[in-house]
Design a protein around this ligand. Structure first.
Ligand SMILES: [Zn+2]
Length: 276
C-alpha cells in the first residue's frame, strides 16, 4: 500500500512540477510584433503634459498600435485614432486647443489588409486606456475578447455613458494578466493616467523584452524627469506606475517603447516590417 501511495505521490510531483509545465509550453510564444501607424498629430501646448516646462510650445505627436502574432493567435494592443479621421482633410481638432490635433495618414484597416489579416482573425485585444486616441477602432473587432481593467471599464464616461459597448466580449482585470499563460505577453496594471490604465510586456524571441507604455508616459522627456501631465487622473498612482515600469525594465532587461514619442517611433521599423 505504501508503495502505491509513493507512486501516486511521485506522479503528482511530476505533473505539478514547474519544469514539466515548461516542457508543455516550449513551443514558440510570440512570433512577431508589428508597429502600426495609428495617428499623427500636433499638440498645441506640450506643457499640458509637462507642467511648467515648454509652456506654449507645440510638439509633434504620434500614435501607435501594435499587432502581435502569437502561436495561439493574433493579439492587438490599442486601436488608435478612429479610421474615419483619415477622410477629414483638416484632421480631428480637439476641444482644448492645447491638446492634440490628430491626422490619420493610414487607416488601421488598410494596414491589417496589407498584412493579409482580417479583423475577424483577431480574437483577443486590449487597450491601454479609454482615451479617444486609443479606443478609436475597438468596434472594428466586435467579437474579439477585450482585456481591460475593471477600474477602467466601470469609470463613467461623459454623461455617465459606458466606456465600451455592453455587448462587446470583455475580460475585466484587477491587476496584471499573463494573456497566453506562457509569460510572453503580460498586461501590467499601471493606473494613474486613467483609473484603470495598463501597459504591456512582450517577450520577443530575438528582440528580447519590450514594454509598450500606453500613456503611462507620453514622451521621453517626461520619462527622464518623471513629469506627470496635469490631465492625469491621479498623480501618486502615475508616479508609482512609472516606478513599476522602471522596475520591470530592469528585471526583464526590457526596452521601453513610448507610444506617443515621435522621435522614438521615427527610429522603429513600421509595419509591414516587424520585430521577432
Ligand atoms: Zn491618454
Amino acid at each position: 500500500m505504501n508503495r502505491v501511495i509513493g507512486l501516486v505521490a511521485a506522479l503528482a510531483s511530476v505533473v505539478l512540477s514547474p519544469d514539466f509545465g515548461h516542457a508543455q509550453l516550449s513551443k514558440p510564444g510570440v512570433e512577431k510584433l508589428y508597429v502600426l501607424n495609428c495617428g499623427e498629430g500636433v499638440a498645441g501646448d506640450i506643457s499640458r503634459w509637462s507642467p511648467g516646462v515648454n509652456e506654449g510650445k507645440s510638439m509633434d505627436f504620434v500614435d501607435n498600435c501594435y499587432l502581435i502574432k502569437h502561436a495561439q493567435g493574433w493579439f492587438l494592443w490599442d486601436t488608435g485614432v478612429p479610421d474615419a479621421v483619415a477622410a477629414m482633410p483638416n484632421g480631428l481638432a480637439p476641444a482644448d486647443p492645447k491638446a492634440v490635433l490628430w491626422h490619420r495618414p493610414k487607416t488601421l484597416a488598410a494596414q491589417l489588409d496589407q498584412l493579409g489579416v482580417k479583423p475577424s482573425d483577431i480574437k483577443t485585444m486590449a487597450v491601454s486606456h479609454t482615451h479617444g486616441d486609443h479606443i478609436g477602432n475597438v468596434e472594428m473587432f466586435p467579437a474579439a475578447m477585450l482585456y481591460v481593467q475593471k477600474a477602467e471599464y466601470d469609470w463613467p464616461g461623459a454623461n455617465n455613458a459606458p466606456r465600451f459597448k455592453p455587448e462587446h466580449p470583455v475580460t475585466k482585470l484587477e491587476g496584471d494578466r499573463d494573456v497566453f499563460g506562457d509569460g510572453s505577453v503580460t498586461i501590467l496594471s499601471t493606473p494613474g493616467h486613467t483609473p484603470g490604465h495598463q501597459s504591456l510586456l512582450v517577450k520577443l524571441p530575438r528582440t528580447g523584452a519590450v514594454v509598450l507604455s500606453g500613456d503611462a508616459v507620453h514622451f521621453k522627456g517626461n520619462w527622464d524627469n518623471r513629469g506627470v501631465p496635469s490631465i492625469n487622473f491621479n498623480k501618486d498612482q502615475t508616479l508609482a506606475s512609472m516606478q513599476k515600469v522602471s522596475d520591470t525594465l530592469t528585471k526583464e532587461k526590457a526596452q521601453l517603447w513610448i507610444n506617443h514619442d515621435k522621435a522614438q517611433r521615427d527610429s522603429l521599423k513600421m509595419s509591414p516590417e516587424f520585430y521577432d
